[in-house]
Design a protein around this ligand. Sequence first.
Ligand code: NAD
Length: 336
Amino acid sequence: MVQHFHSGTIDYDIVIEHGALKHIGDWIDLDRRIMVVTDSGVPQQYVQAVLSQCRQGTQFTFEAGEGSKNIKTFTAILQSLIDNGFTRSDAVIAVGGGVTGDTAGFAAACYMRGIDFCNIPTTLLSQVDSSVGGKTAVDFGGVKNPIGAFHHPQAVIIDPDTLGTLDSRLLHEGLVEAIKMAATCDSALFGLIESADSLDDCMDEIIYKAIDIKRRIVQEDPQESGLRRVLNFGHTVGHAIESAREGSLLHGECVAIGMMYMSGGSARIRIENLLKRYGLPTADDTDPALLLSGILHDKKKSGDTVTVVYVDTIGSYSFRKVTTDELAECLKNGRL
Ligand SMILES: NC(=O)c1ccc[n+]([C@@H]2O[C@H](COP(=O)([O-])OP(=O)(O)OC[C@H]3O[C@@H](n4cnc5c(N)ncnc54)[C@H](O)[C@@H]3O)[C@@H](O)[C@H]2O)c1
């Protein structure tokens, strides 16, 4: 299955195909210098599958984990591109999860003012969400993603077979971003995840539908000036929890908790039940004052209010402007 991303001058294919990793040359020109960026937790077999198809491939591996999504890794990739003589016509391919894609994509965005980038996401989170949309970034100053660039890939190649080596905690973490999209935009997808006896049976459909939602939203609002903010459902509080927890909770787990703060009515009950079914956290005991200061440092604040995404009926959402006082109350009460 191939979805086509088109917005203004940006055009690329999003391929979802079992076995796609074995013939990536169908979607990206490999006849040039290629830097395959990955992290130490990504099974080497995927990296080798890509490298073996490159005429002049170089591997750059950094230590796995959100702690590596920083300026140090970013500059080390740039240094390696320089050391290996990369020119403007060469390319970076990310093989890994959202951390790899965000960091490698940002390096590709900056090197020589932007070189080609191809994303091969290998976690569920990166397959259903982070690989599409062109957002690249690294963490800085204790804050999530404050430094980054919009840099769309030449292609996104999703091989669902790579999920076979992912442990269940990482799989369920990724499911959170699909639940986020379903909760805000697609009640049928939410129902599909709710009624699934086994995720394996409907994984391809979940990936396809989640990507389709993300693709359509980003096409309409590529620079995140309006509609695209819906994708931040759960992220306002989630990012603050993620920074405060310093790596003890995964990104998707923090977003899961964040969704609980920003939902009400029947939606809150359905979201909570679904998260619990996959062993995901739905509450956190981080000091609310610490979370508040984290949110106020976050880029989504404008003036005295913070705009949040709120869901009280599955499949729909509203943007709500909340004051700092209302937010402080919400953080104390665990819900808006
Ligand atoms: N750019 C965006 O639009 C966007 C959207 C959502 C999230 N994100 C970012 O994504 C990041 C989280 O991504 P993530 O959850 O993929 O984490 P991650 O990239 O850290 O990957 C999680 C772990 O899985 C390992 N791994 C990767 N593929 C594997 C495989 N197939 N089998 C076994 N292990 C594998 C990695 O080595 C790592 O240890 C966060 O930094 C978040 O900010 C970005």
